[in-house]
Design a binder for this molecule. Structure first.
Ligand code: C2E
Ligand code: MG
Ligand code: MG
Length: 573
């Protein structure tokens, strides 16, 4: 396009609307976005579908430099501004840049923006017309598998979505594909990808379209109206066909396939097509990951409730991470008294962890402790608990010299961190004798006979720390663990206590457990006593200590001290 072949100046200015009309007419049959930028009047027009994709205020807007400032990835603003400055100054009459705009969710999207500048009758830059295309993720077809790629799936789905009511998305992944590449080389890996692609395509019925979406993952888009049962059958057909490849290759490489199945009906329909497509890809990825997490070589059917639980766990994990890097903000300890049955004296307290998210939501330990454990964050948090609980013990020993502090330890701490060294150091720092500390471990079937845990236990016991077996009566190997872990104290869980209070058989059982525990020289805490009546019934069985709401709910340290300090109104209830 040269200037002299085209109308100049005012005519160009008048042409702005005409260009916009032409661009608007072409837009529906293009993947790219057409734009018209009236440099002199500071007006910008872009194809309407760009508004669903990018962080744009609309498809026609003023104050273009300000909008571009918000829309462009911060690292690319300088480069873009320098180029536009050259154009505005008339030193350049074309624009061709690869840089990033931000998507509606704020994520960067690579674009190639090309444009041609039309000048007015005085030779000043007037209008720039051009085209923007996305350059990331644009693999239309895949030469290894012979299938269409993710971008073709994207276009297909976007085209259909406005009128589509029913569709199924079966995302298939080869389990441990990385291992195949590592052990047998890329070429053999490519051979397997080709073979698996062929088998999937062969199993697919008419109206089932197959795409290769990322390295070892495929998508079957079902438009045949198949339900869960039919898609399950399809998955199993593909699976046994893939098993045949493994057998025909004399088991050179062993691999299986997992599948994540998503129904369009389970994806939020209120969003724009672009957002719905990215939601489908997100949940199908979740579904495939879930199939793999559940043991691979299986199909997982997407359930929105599982996804919400996953998002909730992810949200809590990120809150916990933030708190950890923010000096444990949001974490606190509550203390619940443990009372001697003989004379109702204060024996000590159990330290119980509490957590408020940065948004102020109070979470239950049942929700956040498993997340601390699976992420390994329980290790630094465990050290924080130890330090703060011992500090509390020190304060309580000022008015109750034999005060004991009971701290819950997670098996992850025991398996993955130097608990013995941590305990020794913390006791030294707090200047407390090892006998002031009770370490509680939740009863769990596989722990008792773990040699690593037994060895830490032995060392802690030798140091003089007390060991308590927590949650007794909730697992299946309680008695076994009394033998394996050799605790000093057994804590009867509230669920066992409740059953004993309601049922004669369980009452007799608890009575015998208490006698047995005493006969081998151990002490016993009964947890979960809420009323005077319960207290009477349970103390008749002669346990050593009681813990429960009847005496006090867990409370912050200062409240606990106020309650039990002799200068205050010291009552145990
Ligand atoms: P746990 O160690 O068995 O703690 C006793 C739980 O029973 C506490 O729940 C306590 O508030 C509750 N409880 C005590 N008396 C009564 C009662 O009379 N009635 C009722 N209904 N409940 C009573 P919490 O604080 O929600 O803790 C739950 C579990 O979370 C704990 O069970 C423990 O396994 C874990 N946990 C709490 N804090 C920590 C911690 O600092 N570290 C670790 N690793 N786990 C902890
Ligand atoms: Mg406990
Ligand atoms: Mg307990």
């Amino acid at each position: 396009m040269t200037e002299d072949k085209h109308p100049k100046g005012k005519e160009n200015a008048k042409s702005f609307h005409m260009f916009c009309e032409i661009a608007g007419a072409f837009a529906p049959c293009m993947n790219d976005y057409l734009y018209v930028y009236h440099l002199a009047e500071d007006i910008y027009y872009i194809s309407e579908q760009a508004v669903d994709r990018f962080l744009l205020p609309g498809n026609v807007f003023n104050h273009v430099p300000d909008v571009l400032d918000v829309l462009t990835h911060p690292d690319d603003i300088e480069m873009l501004t320098a180029d536009l400055d050259q154009i505005m100054a008339g030193r350049k009459d074309y624009h061709n840049l690869e840089y990033r705009w931000l998507g509606r969710d704020g994520s960067p999207i690579w674009i190639n923006c090309k444009g041609r500048v039309l000048k007015d009758e005085n030779g000043n830059p007037n209008i720039m017309v051009g085209c923007i295309n996305e350059i990331g993720n644009k693999q239309k077809a895949d030469n290894i598998s012979g299938l269409l790629g993710e971008s073709a799936l994207h276009d297909h789905v976007i085209r259909l979505l406005p009128t589509l009511n029913q569709a199924m998305f079966l995302r298939i992944g080869i389990d441990d594909f990385k291992v195949i590449n590592e052990r047998h080389g890329m070429e053999y890996g490519n051979f397997i990808l080709r073979e698996v692609a062929n088998r999937i395509q062969h199993c697919a019925a008419p109206q089932q379209f197959v795409y290769r979406i990322v390295s070892d993952e495929f998508m079957v888009l079902d438009l045949s109206g198949a339900d869960y049962v039919k898609m399950n059958q399809l998955y199993h057909r593909i699976r046994s066909s893939v098993d045949d490849i493994v057998a025909s290759e004399q088991y050179k490489a062993l691999y299986t396939i997992s599948g994540g199945l998503v129904s369009l009906q389970d994806v939020d329909a209120s969003e724009s097509e672009y957002n719905r497509y990215s939601e489908i890809m997100k949940v199908s990825e979740f579904a495939l990951t879930e199939a793999k997490l559940r043991g691979k070589n299986q199909l997982y059917y997407f359930r929105p409730a599982d996804y919400s639980a996953f998002l909730r766990r992810r949200y809590i994990r990120s809150c916990l991470r933030r708190s950890l890097s923010n000096d444990f903000q949001g974490f606190s300890l509550h203390f619940q008294p443990i009372i001697m049955t003989n004379g109702e004296f204060l024996f000590g307290a159990e330290a119980l962890l509490r957590y408020d998210t940065p948004m102020g939501e109070k979470l239950s330990p049942a929700e956040f402790i498993p997340i601390l454990e699976e992420s390994g964050m329980i290790i630094p948090v465990g050290r924080w608990i130890l330090r703060n609980a011992l500090e509390m013990c020190q304060k309580c020993r000022d008015f109750c010299p034999e005060f004991m502090i009971s701290i819950n330890f997670s098996y992850i701490q025991l398996l993955k961190s130097p608990v013995y060294e941590d305990v020794m150091r913390a006791l030294e720092e707090a200047q407390l004798p090892p006998s002031s500390l009770i370490v509680e471990l939740t009863e769990s079937g596989h722990l008792g006979n773990n040699p690593a845990i037994q060895s830490v236990w032995k060392k802690l016991r030798a140091l003089g720390v007390n060991i308590a077996l927590d949650d007794f009566g909730t697992g299946y190997s309680n008695l076994l663990n009394i033998g394996n872990l050799r605790p000093n104290i057994v804590k009867i869980d509230r669920s066992f206590t409740m059953k004993a209070l309601q049922n004669k058989y369980e009452y007799e059982l608890l009575l015998h457990v208490i006698k047995m525990v005493h006969s081998i020289g151990l002490n016993l805490v009964v947890e979960g006593i809420e009323s005077h009546m319960e207290l009477m019934q349970i103390t008749a069985m002669n346990p050593d200590y009681i813990q429960g709401y009847y005496y006090s709910k867990p409370c912050p340290g200062d409240e606990f001290i106020r309650k039990y300090h002799p200068s205050g109104s010291r009552t145990v209830t």
